[in-house]
Ligand binder design. Structure first.
Ligand code: 3PG
Length: 306
């Protein structure tokens, strides 16, 4: 059987070596498609693959249709909004993610981003400290939970909102809970987003929430650009010269945002939340193990299209 690793943004070498060891150790063939620029390359490579390991690579209905033997897709990472689940399900293809495996890397980036914005993007001038400030966490999953821990360690007052998480989880972590998303925004000097991009969350963060934030507040987005209502963000930044926005996933309107708001906004050049050797190894090896365990033993733990 052939397992294709298709990564437009490649894994670190140590991760690829580890994936190879697992796949070949199981008696399968490993095919590598890295840094591909053209969708046609993925369509050709997936044709005879039995298993597929990806990162943010788009597995569209077209890719699924081209895959004649595909049985499993594992997204090495958390968010699987890049996979057409309906197309996979219709063809009986199992889709999984690797929850938690790259969370620490993203959480560390959140800390770095808060400090970076509080210190004028590391340019001269008087900045501020994040210790003592209120940190709001929207969605308390694997990443949000680590961000809460790091925020507390830095002396921040941490509060979270997540209607899907039971109260005892917050209690165990010593984290305050906001009754509503509105209350969370209204009381956060820094707001870190950890919601996935779904039909419910797309464009859900906009003018109203942003303008309710306290003076000098910063929105930190290491989640997805799709959850932001960009027109609302633009208007909020225009009306509130104290607000700041930093993101790991450039907005479609990032050039206009940068031109209009200068140092109050920042976007990384390419999504780098999970770009650590450790996260690549954790997520890549987990993905390879999940592929093997599914093909050999039928283990469907972590399946997201049940
Ligand atoms: C994730 O959903 O796991 C992160 O956004 C990381 O995505 P990446 O593999 O494209 O870096």
């Amino acid at each position: 059987m052939k397992i294709l690793v298709a990564t437009e943004k490649p894994f670190a070498k140590a991760a690829v070596d580890g994936i190879r060891e697992i796949i070949e150790g199981a008696g399968y063939e490993l095919a590598l498609l890295e840094k591909y620029a053209d969708k046609a390359d993925l369509l050709a490579a997936v044709k005879d693959a039995d298993g597929l390991i990806i990162r943010s690579d788009k597995v569209t209905a077209e890719v699924v249709a081209a895959a004649e033997k595909l049985k499993i897709v594992v997204r090495a990472g958390a968010g699987y909004d890049n996979v057409d689940l309906a197309a996979c399900t219709a063809k009986g293809i199992v889709v999984m993610n690797t929850p938690g495996q790259n969370s620490n890397a993203v959480a560390e980036l959140v800390v770095g981003m808060m400090v970076f914005m509080a210190r004028n993007q590391f340019t001269p001038g008087t900045g501020s400290e994040i210790s003592g400030k209120r940190l709001g966490i929207q969605a308390y999953g694997n990443v949000g939970r680590i961000v809460a821990r790091y925020g507390k360690a830095l002396g921040m007052k941490v509060c979270a909102f997540d209607p899907f998480v039971p109260a005892d989880v917050f209690k165990a972590d010593g984290v305050e809970v906001a009754d509503s998303v509105e209350k969370l925004y209204a009381s956060s000097d820094f707001l870190s987003l950890h919601i996935p991009a779904t039909d419910q969350t797309r464009k859900s963060i906009g003018y109203k929430l942003l303008t309710s934030m306290p003076k000098g507040a910063t929105l930190v987005n290491t989640a997805r650009k799709e959850v932001i209502d960009e027109a609302g963000l633009m208007q909020a930044l225009e009306e509130r010269p104290d607000l700041k926005y930093i993101t790991d996933i450039a907005a479609d309107a990032q050039p206009q945002l940068a031109e209009k708001f200068g140092k109050r906004v920042f976007a990384t050049a390419k999504k780098m939340g999970a770009e650590t050797a450790e996260a690549n190894v954790n997520a890549g090896l987990a993905a390879a193990n999940q592929v093997v365990d599914f093909l050999k033993n039928g283990n469907r733990r972590f399946q997201v299209n049940k």
